[in-house]
Every structure is written in C-alpha cells, then in structure tokens.
Design a protein around this ligand. Structure first.
Ligand code: ZN
Length: 151
C-alpha cells in the first residue's frame, strides 16, 4: 500500500466530474487500498478518488474504526430527514463549516468483488455519504456551508 498526496482546495481536479468505473481491475483494487491508507494517515473519516487526483467514482469511508466502507460508482437512492452540523474536509485543511444534510441516506454501489449492494446510514455516516459523493461531481462542502470557521 502507498500513501497518496491529498489535493487541496484550489486544485482544478477537485472541481471535475468523475467517470464511472467500468471494470474492477487490479489497479482499482490497489487504489482502494491506497485511499484507505491515505485516509487513515490523515485521520479522516472519508476520502474520494478526486482528492488523490484520480477522476473515478470511488469513495472510502471509515466512520466506525476498523470498518472501512468501499463504494464504487455510488449513488444516493433515498434520503430522509435533516441534520445541521459541522463538516470538514481533508482537502480544506484547518477549516470547518456548518452544512445541512439528510439525516438518513441510502446508497447503491458496487463493491470490490463487482457486486452491487445497498447500504443505509444515519447521522455521521449519512453526512459522509453525501460529502464524499459530492466530491465525485466536483462539489465541495464549502459550496453548501452556511457558515465557515477556523478549526
Ligand atoms: Zn471532502
């Protein structure tokens, strides 16, 4: 595994729309592993491929320590409720913002074995699903934040 460089706000790569993964190649599996290592080294709870300069629809999330969720081509298929809270991003160091997100989110994605699955999450996990999937469409939480502050 290798730790990758995290791109910071201002880098154009963070503003691009990512392409779907059509085939799960060894290169994609290595990328998943490297993204997890990079997320952990940076003490983050989520990382999207464009944050390491790769314009593919891939996300890793670790809200619960030791339980890494890998999402390939994720889509939000249902949301419910609302939560307003603080959010941060490894690509926006030293800052946090207040963002409104759904309280419950269900995603459909492909796993590393090529199987399509659905997963639901609430609270922080729901927030992470939204935040990371936004990255795949070139969106950053600062676009949605009602208030920003220094961390
Ligand atoms: Zn982020």
């Amino acid at each position: 595994m290798a730790k990758l460089q995290i791109r910071k706000i201002g880098d154009d790569v963070l503003r691009k729309v990512c392409r779907p993964v059509e085939e799960i190649t060894p290169r994609i599996l290595t990328l998943l592993d490297d993204m997890t290592e990079t997320m952990r080294a940076a003490d983050g709870v989520g990382l999207a491929a464009p944050q390491v300069g790769i314009l593919r629809r891939i996300v890793v999330i670790e809200v619960e320590e030791g339980n890494v969720i890998e999402l390939i081509n994720p889509k939000i298929i249902a949301t419910a409720g609302e939560q307003v809270g603080a959010e941060g991003c490894l690509s926006v160091p030293g800052r946090r913002g207040t963002v409104k997100r759904p309280k419950h989110v269900t995603v459909r994605a492909t796993n590393r074995r090529g199987e399509v699955f659905e997963m639901s999450g609430s609270d922080l996990l729901a927030r992470a699903f939204c935040h990371e999937i936004d990255h795949l469409d070139g969106k950053l939480y600062v676009d949605r934040a009602t208030r920003m502050e220094e961390d």
